[in-house]
Design a protein around this ligand. Sequence first.
Ligand code: ATP
Length: 251
Amino acid sequence: MPDTAARETAPARTGMGIRLTGVSLGYGGRRVLGEVDLEARPGEVLVIVGPSGSGKSTILRAVAGLLAPDGGTVTADGVPVTGPGPDRAMVFQDDALLPWRTVRGNVELPLDIRGVPRAARRAAAQDWIGRVGLAGWEDRLPRELSGGMRQRVQLARSLAGAPRAVLMDEPFGALDAQTRAVMQRLLAQVLRDAPATVVFVTHDVEEALLLADRVAVLGRGGVHAVHDNDRAPGAGAALRGRILAELQELS
Ligand SMILES: Nc1ncnc2c1ncn2[C@@H]1O[C@H](COP(=O)(O)OP(=O)(O)OP(=O)(O)O)[C@@H](O)[C@H]1O
């Protein structure tokens, strides 16, 4: 990658610190969550699990700045979140790619928006396309790709803008088991080179344990527990059992 591209698109050195303090959230006056206290530490992968309808996506929307809290504060590096920003990229289950743009055009989008010059934009997009294993597919349109490939494009697009936080809502939920496993490994690998803070929502406890530094269990209108994912041999099975028991109790 040319120097200019590397300079303008290099990932920030550390991820963003995200904090929810006494946050209540709801829709049209109907409360979904009350008094949520939760922190994503700079550079960590915080995975949120919880029963269906417990408010996992709602928390993500609040951090993204797409939903204003009814009470409490959401801060990014200590600054209240008042709306969406390029420092916090969202990745959804539905790929949300622009159908009329090629793979390259989609990956370049966040750089385009930031006004990065064309050559630097191209080089950075190419770098990310290669990292997610899509070299040779640059000129294809989203409809010519499989679901897994579209999620790769979405991942490359979200990271190409060098966000300091990536907010992922069941990004692999629609993929078959094999593609999902490949994408989980790919995500773990690319995150090593892009030290953003990640808040990742999933139903899948195995996925949580694979990716998380910490796992937050949501239920009954708030955060039930937050667990460190100690990756020491044997620790995974114990934590898996504990989280599954908590989820059963909360459902
Ligand atoms: N746009 C909306 N308008 C009104 N209510 C909503 C909206 N989005 C979510 N809700 C409600 O808020 C609650 C929490 O939804 P949310 O999608 O955050 O849960 P979730 O834990 O992510 O669920 P799932 O695991 O099923 O995706 C649910 O009762 C849901 O019906």
